[in-house]
Design a protein around this ligand. Structure first.
Ligand code: ADQ
Length: 446
């Protein structure tokens, strides 16, 4: 079997690689298991800036990391990746800030990645590049003579062509996609959008959808154990007889949090029978706190949460519990199981794994209901969820009311359909099908 080379902006630190790991580390666990692999990327530190990789080994996986120079990092990561591409790809051009020097840093870092990775590559390696930070990497490797297979997976949405075309020098990024043998995105709609943008430039339109998933059985077991643990008991005790509505996100403007808070407030206003009978717990740890748009969002949520509780709280009940601290993943899994309602309302999301984790966490005998944005990639396959337009707080309120009053038999039917969907596309099957597509691409090229 050929060696698999994973490239991502961030390589998980040793303590993030084990059972408590999140994100890509979890998704790739099965793909990496038992296979010779190299994982290359930024260490997460800028202390000893050098494009000279440091290598450590754990089992059959070698981790190779570089520390980025602070000046490059700011323009590449905070500037172009998160200040420009992230909002653009989520259809939020109004929040995007373009600076030529950021784009230059983005290109410089991608060249640095390519130059640092090339000497580590062996003939026959299969390279899999992840996400919007590294779109030009494949072309950088090709220019340096790497002739092996390279695939790219975009974890976030790809917007309609007219939005993408607002990106200055966006045609160069489209050309960069041409270096990859396989181009993966989350949904059919993303694939159509990217293919249309490529085709208009006369580039090969080979994007296809590979919906990412979770490891449902592992997550279910974690949730069961954590719900029975001390934090689960504390949460249950604090709720009394009240139903729990749960939101779990990074604090990000794509997640629709202000609209969600307003939706909950509308529930209390328009359906007063739920007053003092529900508690909404929103866990949203600060992310990208050094980007201005995120600081603005945080202030808005602080104010909204204060206003909603001020207006609706009673002396023995606080309707909204809003946490910006981090809560360990396993503890959250237990909270998901305790929740009667998962509230997942991003304005736009590549997939949204929280929706899938909520389903996996439920007790099959008495499952909760999922209120889900129709603009999350997860909505494509999630029959059984109550779908909403996340821009409309009243629609969120109505969906919450329906979810709170669903008879148990209907909850079970809906959950069963969602559970089948979550089990159909798992983290493991996602990685396997992407790698299989890379193998086929190679056979075609040979
Ligand atoms: P994210 O935008 O980070 O990921 P999401 O898919 O919801 O969004 O979450 C990824 C992981 O982070 C999940 O395992 C989730 O449990 C965890 N997570 C989220 N909020 C958390 C919190 N408050 N505390 C602890 N853990 C938390 C990007 C894209 C998504 C896409 C993923 C994977 O934006 O659309 O689903 O990549 O491709």
């Amino acid at each position: 079997m050929s060696r698999l080379v994973i490239v991502s902006n961030r390589v998980p630190a040793p303590r993030e690689r084990g059972a408590a790991a999140g994100g890509l580390a979890v998704a790739l666990r099965e793909a990496l298991a038992g296979r010779e692999a190299l994982w290359f990327g930024w260490s997460g530190s800028n202390h000893a800036p050098s494009y000279q990789p440091r290598q450590t080994r754990a089992g059959r996986v070698t981790f190779a990391t570089i520390d980025l120079p602070q000046a490059d990092f700011v323009g590449y990561y905070r500037g172009f990746s998160n200040g420009m591409l992230w909002p653009l790809l989520h259809h939020r051009m109004g929040l995007a800030e373009f600076r030529r020097e950021d784009l230059a840093a983005y290109r410089r870092v991608n060249e640095g990645f390519a130059a640092a990775l090339l000497p580590l590559l062996r003939p026959g390696d299969v390279v899999w590049v992840h996400d919007y930070h590294l779109i030009p990497l494949g072309a950088g490797l090709r220019r340096r003579g790497f002739g092996g297979r390279i695939g790219f997976f975009l974890h976030v949405p790809f917007p309609p062509r007219v939005i993408f075309e607002a990106l200055p020098q966006g045609e160069d990024l489209l050309a960069d996609f041409g270096a990859y043998d396989v181009l993966g995105v989350q949904t059919e709609e993303d694939a159509e959008n990217l293919n249309e943008a490529l085709a208009r430039r006369g580039l090969p339109a080979r994007a296809a959808s590979f919906p990412i998933g979770i490891e449902p059985d592992t997550f279910a077991a974690e949730a069961r154990a954590a719900a029975a643990g001390p934090d689960g008991a504390r949460l249950r005790e604090s709720l009394g007889q009240r139903a729990l509505i749960l939101g779990v996100d990074r604090l990000d403007y794509t997640k629709g949090l202000p609209q969600r808070f307003r939706g909950f407030a509308q529930l209390l206003r328009r359906f007063p029978e739920h007053r003092n009978r529900v508690t909404f717990l929103q866990v949203a740890p600060v992310s990208r706190g050094d980007v201005a748009q995120y600081r603005t969002l945080r202030r808005e949520l602080d104010e909204l949460a204060g206003r909603i509780n001020g207006e609706h709280a009673e002396f023995d009940w606080v309707p909204l519990r809003y946490l910006t601290q981090t809560v360990p993943r396993t503890t959250l899994a237990g909270f998901q199981r305790i929740a009667g309602i998962g509230l997942v309302t991003p304005l736009r999301d590549g997939m949204n794994l929280v929706a899938k984790e909520f389903v996996a966490a439920q007790d099959p005998a008495n499952p909760g209901a999922l209120v889900l944005s129709r603009f999350a990639g997860a909505a494509q396959a999630m029959e059984g969820a109550i779908l909403v337009n996340p821009h409309d707080p009243d629609e969120i309120a109505e969906a919450l009311h329906i979810a709170l009053t669903l008879p148990e038999a209907e909850r079970r039917v809906r959950w069963e359909r969602m559970w089948q969907a979550v089990r159909r596309n798992t983290a493991g099957s996602w990685a396997r099908s992407f790698i299989a597509a890379l193998d086929v691409a190679a056979a075609r090229a040979a």
